[in-house]
Design a binder for this molecule. Structure first.
Ligand code: RI2
Length: 315
């Protein structure tokens, strides 16, 4: 139990972060947790697995990759605990390796949209978006990247570190310099935490500002998103919940305590309407955002959105 709770806590505190990474971590934890459950009673085993699923799901509400990963593993069947356990292992390993391959495929597909000499703006830290930049660089295209800091968690620092290690020329900017510098940009490449059925993209707070500035300057916006970041539940009219994180990420409690009339808002994500997105680059192809429904229907199926573990984390 301790390790399960530790993984859940690490996802919650963003020790493990990034939509793809948290999905892989959750799938891996379900597999490992299943291996640690000591019972031969299938009912008890299933109950414990549902508790673990609920706990992992409760950690971060926005990235749809997390529930999609949990549900992909929780589809397991088995007449005995041993059967169930090995099915869980198979499903989790499959999810993890498909996810890793998806990131690679996105790089190969997305890099075709990058020209030699392009300046590309990116936001936050997205493994999928970086896969495109890395693939273009590996192909010998001389690219320059402009990376935002991405306050308040400064994931931009992770991005510049990764790009630097790859040997890609990178300029770090404050988030508020996005529109000013858009004139120097050829293309914007960002990741996604969720894609809705109508093709809207939910990603790190500030993404919609980049997209808006790009739209105004007539620059293309490419979103790098694996198919498991598309949200089946949005077909049933559900909205993607936007995570509101603690105020201490923005201002220290001490400093905030000095004021009487000040409060803080700290939404972690925002919604970019499909009008501002030119292409969503998935592992099965680069699609216009209008095709999101097809991805959900063909690659996820809406029954995945119906599996529910609500309540299990509350025990
Ligand atoms: P990959 C991150 O969320 C960012 O919003 C990033 O764009 C998105 O996940 C996708 O990341 P956070 O965990 O899956 O930093 O492409 O809140 O790595």
């Amino acid at each position: 139990m301790k390790q399960l709770e530790e993984t859940a806590q690490n996802i919650k505190t963003m020790e493990i972060r990034g939509a793809g990474r948290i999905a892989r971590a959750a799938a891996g934890e379900l597999r490992d947790y299943a291996g640690r459950i000591k019972t031969n009673d299938l009912e008890e085993f299933n109950e414990k697995m549902r508790y673990a699923a609920g706990l992992l799901l409760s950690t971060r509400p926005t990235a749809v990759s997390l529930p999609n990963a949990v549900r992909a593993v929780m589809r397991y069947k088995g007449e005995t605990v041993d059967e169930a356990r090995s099915e869980i292992k198979k499903l989790a390993d499959e999810f993890i390796s498909n996810s890793e391959n998806a990131v690679k495929a996105i790089g190969e597909i997305g890099e075709r949209r990058i020209r030699d000499g392009d300046t590309i703006m990116t936001h936050c830290n997205s493994v999928a978006a970086i896969s495109i930049l890395a693939a273009a660089h590996a192909k010998g295209k001389a690219i320059n990247v402009i990376a935002t800091e991405s306050r308040p968690r400064m994931q931009g620092y992770i991005t510049i570190k990764q790009l630097d290690a790859l040997g890609i020329k990178t300029t770090l900017i404050v988030d508020s310099a996005v529109r000013y510098l858009m004139k120097d940009v050829d293309l914007v490449v960002m990741g996604a935490d969720a894609v809705t059925v109508n093709g809207s993209v939910i990603n790190k707070i500030g993404t919609s500002q980049l997209a808006l500035a790009a739209h105004e300057a007539r620059k293309n916006v490419i979103i790098a998103a694996e198919t498991y970041k598309f949200s089946p539940r949005t077909i049933f009219g559900e909205l993607v919940e936007i995570e509101e994180r603690d105020s201490s990420e923005v201002i220290s409690r001490k400093k905030l305590g000095e004021f009487t009339n000040v409060s803080v808002k700290n939404p972690a994500f925002d919604v970019t309407p499909r009008e501002y997105i030119d292409l969503i680059c998935t592992e099965v192809g680069a699609i216009p955002p209008e095709m999101a429904y097809i991805i959900i229907r063909e690659y996820l199926g809406w029954e995945i959105g119906e599996m529910n573990f609500d309540g299990y984390q509350k025990r």
